[in-house]
Design a protein around this ligand. Structure first.
Ligand SMILES: *Cc1c(COP(=O)(O)O)cnc(C)c1O
Length: 372
């Protein structure tokens, strides 16, 4: 029997506009023009997010690394983040010699449980990384209140939250700084790439210097690093792709939301299936439509993933708790982090996905739940 056509998890949407700008950058984006698309992308992105400063980087991980370094975080410091995360959010903490303190998530938002954060604060806590998982939103008001109360920086990993807003503010614009990813799987893609954004002019200057091998803006002496920095810059070629993608951001996010809604409609009759929540006052970018199946239903993530493999559909496992990585410094595993992981699956959601493809994915999941 022929296998049905493969449905990928994600894939960037590349139109003639992206090709046009990338081609122009390849032809003429050199010499005096070597920063033209970079500067254009940074200004446009800062405007989109609603912050004064943005620095394009080679990855989101690099942007987070520099931001935490600019806050002075290092050995002996503790940084709180959710147990449920991609490794990119914790790697820079460890690379700076600081200690990650992993706390449980809320069962409904899959983001930081604020009570657990409060309980984890010690005199050594220097930062809280609010990761807006799968485009869902952390409770930023409560986290900022906590941060202010204890004098701890709240930073946002908004890699998955392009198009997400919280009480009218864009994800990434609320914390001491925000970071974004333009990896090929993200809502806006430059192949690889990221962005650092902040409203803090001093933090901006620091990260700008760090991002350029420690060379300070406006310095007259050439090839003179004032400090040990990083090499996490984006290329002008990638920025050209970013400019074209950003022109289309409203449409790209709208399509993500539309796909999520189609899944919601398909699963509306199944009370054991929950998807990405959108609490009052929030608007989610819906980067990754995700289903969590009720513990009583008898279906587990492994079982669902097996059915998707058979159907040639690239669904993906939910992030495993970071605390279960054998090389991670010891942290208790969050009960919700473990339980949601065992019952959740990410569904395909690329821009050009057809209604037939959405129907195929929905059917496989519904069959898995109904036959359990
Ligand atoms: C994708 C992602 C990153 C890493 O982004 P890169 O650009 O690959 O470094 C970091 N945090 C989160 C939440 C992500 O989803």
């Amino acid at each position: 029997m022929n296998k049905p056509e493969r449905i990928p998890l994600s894939r960037p949407s590349i139109t003639d506009r992206e090709v046009e700008l990338a081609t122009d950058a390849a032809r003429s984006g050199w010499g005096a023009q070597c920063y033209a698309y970079l500067e254009r992308f940074e200004v446009a992105f800062a405007n989109h997010i609603g912050v004064p400063h943005a620095i394009a980087t080679s990855s989101c991980t690099g942007a987070l690394h520099m931001g935490l370094a600019a806050l002075g975080i290092g050995a002996g410091d503790e940084v709180i983040l959710a147990d449920t995360n991609w490794v990119a959010s914790v790697a820079p903490v460890l690379q700076l010699g600081a200690t990650p303190v992993l706390v449980d998530i809320c069962a409904d938002t899959w983001c930081l449980d604020v009570d657990a954060v409060r309980a984890a604060i010690t005199p050594r806590t220097r930062a809280i990384i609010a990761v807006h998982l799968y485009g869902n939103l952390c409770d930023m008001d409560a986290l900022q209140t906590l941060g202010n109360e204890y004098g701890i920086a709240v930073v946002e990993d908004a890699a998955e939250a392009i198009g997400s807003t919280y009480l009218g503010q864009r994800a990434g614009a609320m914390g001491a700084f925000g970071v974004f990813s333009f990896h090929g799987s993200k809502t806006i893609s430059t192949g690889e790439g990221g962005m650092f954004v902040t409203s803090d002019a001093r933090l901006y200057d620091k990260v700008l210097s760090l991002s350029n091998h420690g060379r300070v803006k406006g310095q007259t002496r050439q090839f003179w690093p004032e400090m040990l920095g990083f090499k996490y810059k984006m290329s002008n070629l990638q920025a050209a792709l970013g400019c074209a993608q950003l022109e289309r951001v409203e449409a790209l996010v709208a399509r993500k939301r539309e796909i999520l809604q189609s899944y919601r409609d398909a699963f509306a009759g199944e009370s054991s299936i929950r998807m990405n929540p959108e609490p009052e006052g929030t608007h989610i970018g819906a980067w990754m439509p995700t289903v969590v199946v009720d513990g009583q239903s008898g279906v587990m993530a492994n079982g669902m993933l097996e059915k998707f493999v058979h159907a040639n559909i690239d669904a993906r496992p939910f992030f495993a708790p970071l605390s279960t990585l054998p090389w991670m410094p010891p942290n208790a595993t969050g009960a919700n982090a473990q339980s949601v992981y065992e019952r959740a699956v990410n569904l395909p959601s690329f821009h050009d996905m057809t209604n037939d493809q959405i129907a195929r994915v929905s059917y496989v999941l519904l069959e898995a739940v109904r036959r359990a």
